[in-house]
Design a protein around this ligand. Sequence first.
Ligand SMILES: [Co+2]
Length: 299
Amino acid sequence: MNFLLDCYQKAGKIAAEVRENARRKNHISSTLFEICESIESEIRERGAAPAFPVNVSLNDIAAHYTAEPNDSIAVIDTDVLKIDIGVHIQGYIADTAVTICYDPKYDPLVKSAESALSEAIRIAKTDMKASDIGRVIEATISKQGFRPIQNLSGHSLEQYTIHAGRSIPNIWTIGSSFNLAANKAYAIEPFVTTKDGQGVVHEGKIRNIFGITSRKPTKDKEVDEFLTEVWNRFRTLPFALRWLLDKYEEKKARQYIEFLIKRRNIHAYPILVEGNGKTVAQAEHTFIPLDSSVDIITL
Ligand SMILES: [Co+2]
């Protein structure tokens, strides 16, 4: 347990530092490519690795957008930018997010996500019901006149697995729940939209985050070598095309990935978009309930 906790704490400290640097920076006119690459280098400079490509999701995109190679989309002063960062050490993952906006009219929305997160973190402890966290998140957001995204949730984390099977809801749900276990890692991540939003996300057309789901050989030697290379680098963790261009030509890598998606060796994660096209804010921390305290590793 001590080695494990040590890895989580190191990953959490780095994730928090990098997140706070991203919060302080002025990103106006920066491209999404520049933002992703600079945050990912900060993670590597600190001796850790990104657990997934940095998510830079704008406005009504709630999650799962990462920069394409040389992505030229640039941040403007009316944007609401969610930066979701994953850091891992030996596969032990710290997951944290911040929402950045420059137009003060979005401040209440961003604050709502942040206060829902702090209320949730404040009550989180070993053996409590995950559904009680959902209830507090929903109540905090509703009180401020906003809406939680009901089909996005926090999650348990395991070594090399970001969504490890348990969900921590962002709304009050009846029925199946579970109790938080001591010495396990969990992420809480409220997503908030406006009252006129649908409060639900749908899958969009863009997919630029991928992950290996099967290592079954395809019988095409080139593709199998590519799959082995991707496995050696990322195992089951998500990756982006950007991360393969040191070794592969962009067009070639795209072909390999498309082929492996068809063969069901690789899963592509679509972007998640607010149902009514309304703006979404997010906040996220990773924590470990201990026997008589809670370690919020990304604080
Ligand atoms: Co997360």
